[in-house]
Design a protein around this ligand. Structure first.
Ligand code: GN1
Ligand code: MG
Length: 377
């Protein structure tokens, strides 16, 4: 599988940059889903570096619809940022490279869908190493991303993964995976299964708000882990938001929740040591202040009230997704060692426990930050 992606590179490069040759190619990024490469071009008529990504067809059964969404979203963002000079804009938003035939994607000999974007150099994905200041800048970038898409008026975006943040459905999938026990692993993770099922009330928090008309769907990113924000090497300023595969209608709270999951503690996503998953209120505060500054008036009082809850919901949801995949034999997320998905699930549950312990404090922090920004009275 891995080798096949590499073998397809020359033909894919030929589709996007006819006449160019590959001076260097390497794998890029730490995503769990797609295969991503950085390719340096050489030869006549082409230069520069491209990011080539093969979409995971198992995760995205309709990759053409994914690419239609991505094109529409990038068109909108480029239009919104039209005032920036083109060099600036090229660092603030991804730029899709078209094939010689004008298409937004290419297919390799096996029918797999590939896309190309211009590589943004002298920049790195947010790692969290920069503490609250960096977390705040990343959250502001996601907030601004939502604000810029607040008046998206192109063709409706397709729901590329139905029910992506439908936590109740995720719980149902966990129950089914436990019953199937396809990989024979259920006996080895009974405490995690029990913990997950005991908290299934969390799955109803966001749907209840929506059903009560307190929050509405809009275009959201849906995969707002902090490393999906690119930072400038020299200044640390947030540049562009990456990974637009799941940009589709969703809830602002789900987006903020994933920032809390990935940015409110300093532990890695797969570190099962609960001590390192402890939430740092200063990080949480930076996320709220950055996000509020970025999204501006588009945040409503009920959303402010549920910022901390959203962190618990998405941390829980991601934990049960990892646990489900562990039980299914690691079919969805790529893993790098035995038990990797179980470690990831344990890490999410440790974060969740910390978020629960500090909930009252986090809610106060969120309310104060929103008052300071005059989002709520
Ligand atoms: C996946 O694409 P990547 O690896 O950044 C997943 C997210 C999870 C994340 C957990 C399409 O994101 O939903 O939150 O892993 N993306 C998809 O790290 O399922
Ligand atoms: Mg992704």
């Amino acid at each position: 599988m891995e080798a096949r992606a590499e073998r397809a590179l020359p033909a894919v490069v030929a589709a996007f940059a006819p006449g160019a040759s590959i001076a260097a190619a390497s794998r890029l990024g730490r995503g769990h889903i797609n295969d991503t490469f950085l390719v340096e071009l050489a030869g006549t008529g082409a230069s520069g570096r491209l990011v080539l990504q093969r979409l995971n067809r198992w995760v995205f059964p309709d990759p053409v619809a994914v690419m239609a969404n991505v094109e529409r979203v990038l068109d909108h963002l480029h239009r919104k940022l039209a005032d920036l000079d083109s060099a600036d804009r090229a660092r603030r938003v991804l730029t899709l490279v078209r094939t010689a035939a004008g298409a937004g994607f290419a297919r390799d000999a096996g029918g797999e869908v590939w896309r190309a974007t211009r590589f943004i150099g002298e920049a790195h994905p947010c790692t969290g190493a920069g503490g609250p200041a960096e977390a705040g800048r990343a959250a502001a970038a996601f907030g601004e991303f939502l604000r810029l898409l607040g008046d998206y008026d192109g063709p409706p975006l397709v729901e590329t993964i139905p029910g992506f943040h439908d936590t109740r459905r995720r719980v149902a999938a966990l129950r089914e995976a436990v019953a199937r026990d396809a990989a024979g692993r259920a006996a080895g993770c009974r405490p995690e299964i029990d913990l997950a099922l005991a908290r299934d009330g969390l799955a109803s928090v966001l749907p209840a708000l929506r059903e009560a008309g307190l929050v509405r769907e809009r275009v959201t990113h849906n995969d707002t882990k902090l490393d999906n924000v690119l930072l400038d090497d020299a200044s640390g300023a947030a540049l562009a938001v990456l990974d637009l595969d799941t940009v589709m209608p969703g809830l602002v709270l789900a987006d903020f929740g994933d920032m809390v999951r990935t940015g409110a503690s300093s532990g890695r996503e797969d570190d099962p040591d609960p001590a390192r998953q402890e939430v740092d209120p200063a990080l949480f505060e930076a996320l709220v202040r950055g996000f509020v500054a970025g999204i501006g008036e588009e945040l409503s009082p009920p959303e402010v009230e549920h910022l901390a809850a959203a962190g618990r919901v998405i941390t829980y949801e991601t934990g049960i997704r990892f646990l489900t995949d562990h039980l299914d034999g690691d079919a969805y997320f790529s893993v790098h060692r035995d038990g990797h998905n179980l470690d990831r699930a344990r890490a999410q549950f440790a974060r969740l426990a910390s978020l629960e312990r500090r909930d009252a404090e986090l809610r106060r922090v969120a309310a104060q930050a929103a008052r300071d920004a005059r989002v709520i009275p």
